[in-house]
Design a protein around this ligand. Structure first.
Ligand code: ZN
Ligand code: ZN
Length: 377
């Protein structure tokens, strides 16, 4: 029996419906397993260079340190734990990438170091998560008894008995509505469920704020190419706040463009710019000078690698000769599964449902944006 035993008899009526320490340990185990399952499956898609993946891994590192430095970091423990596991797996995959051997020594060392850090941190955060859950359970059990009368009755335990369902059920059983733990717990449960249910996908993503200046600044920088019917691309750099990601920089990398194609070059240089500004890359923007706004097969594969390293990542397509003249897209969960398992290159068919108009990005009239142009640097 654990050290919180003395508190157990004081748990409310709801909790006594199966609220033994063994059940509690099992609930926590399932809960952490659900987080681990969410984290699994990172890849370092060969469509992107090893240096590009290094840049994305650096952005993950930035997110991780933001969570750790945030005074409210305990409320981010589940997300932090998932991020650390994803980061460790991602680094391992980067080290297996075919282009890894030709990366600079600096990049190799930073990936190795990041991997070690993530692997060291993950068990620490897992332990903190256990402790935090236990202390909140103890707090819940100490609350005055008359509150119990106001507690809503627990829903019956039914369903298919899957871990997610029992997780959801145990939440109702053990914690009354309005309980701090329930408040704390809810986003995670929703996240865990959303990861298996595409319709709820938007609910688990943090919003992305796109200042109008991102679109205007990008189109001004692309104008020369657009007039010649050549595609242009740029990266979207953002800072993360509790309210979501705010795009603060548009970075034009060195690139090679054609009428239906654009490829970035010089990732090491891009990484330096991203690091200098402490940015997180939240997606990319490119033009379709003579086509409508959609994601081609090549775009889908590109977007897939962005979205695997950051689920919130978006693709903005500017189509100045068509109406509508722009679109903000992301892959659906089904699209992500389809594209990540596709080994074809170039233009090839993909199902129409593989991408959708993004629900978590909004364009705002205000917001300062730095335009960084490395094309002639
Ligand atoms: Zn395109
Ligand atoms: Zn494909």
């Amino acid at each position: 029996m654990g050290k919180g035993d003395s508190q157990v008899p004081e748990l409310d009526a709801e909790a006594s419906r199966g609220g033994t320490d063994e059940d509690w340990a099992e609930t926590k185990k399932e809960y952490i397993q659900a987080l681990t399952d969410m984290a699994c499956g990172m890849t370092a898609d060969p469509i992107q260079s090893a240096s590009w993946h290094t840049m994305q891994a650096h952005c993950m590192k930035k997110q991780i340190s933001d969570y750790i430095l945030n005074p409210q970091w305990k409320s981010n423990l589940p997300r932090l734990y998932v991020l650390l596991l994803r980061c460790a797996e991602y680094c391992v995959k980067i080290m297996k990438h075919q282009g890894y051997s030709s990366c600079s020594k600096y990049h190799k060392e930073s990936v190795k170091h990041l991997c070690e850090q993530a692997l060291t941190r993950a068990p620490e955060v897992k332990a903190a998560l256990h402790k935090h859950l236990d202390s909140r359970r103890d707090e819940a059990s100490r609350e005055p008894e008359d509150d119990l009368d106001c507690a809503p009755s627990a829903p019956p335990m039914e369903g298919d008995g899957s871990p997610l369902q029992s997780l959801e059920a145990s939440r109702h059983v053990r914690f009354r509505s309005g309980d701090a733990l329930e408040e704390w717990h809810r986003p995670l449960i929703r996240t865990a469920i959303a990861s298996t249910c595409p319709d709820l996908n938007a609910a688990r993503l943090k919003p992305i704020h796109v200042p109008q200046r991102v679109l205007d600044g990008f189109m001004a920088g692309a104008q020369e190419n657009t007039l010649r019917s050549i595609e242009t691309c740029a990266l979207l750099g953002a800072v993360e706040a509790d309210s979501g990601f705010q795009i603060t920089a548009v970075i034009f990398p060195k690139q090679i463009g054609k009428s239906d194609y654009c490829e970035a070059r010089g990732e090491e240089e891009m990484l330096m710019e991203v690091m200098k500004r402490d940015l997180i890359i939240v997606g990319w923007i490119h033009t379709h000078p003579s086509q409508s706004a959609f994601l081609s097969a090549v775009d889908l594969h590109m977007q897939c690698s962005y979205q695997l390293s950051l689920p919130e990542a978006i693709a903005i397509v500017m189509a100045p000769s068509k109406q509508p003249n722009m679109g903000i897209f992301n892959l659906t969960d089904a699209g992500l599964a389809e594209v990540r398992n596709c080994r074809e290159a170039g233009f090839h068919p993909h199902s129409k449902q593989s991408f959708t108009v993004c629900q978590h990005a909004t364009i705002s009239p205000s917001g300062t944006v730095e335009i960084v142009d490395l094309r002639n640097a």
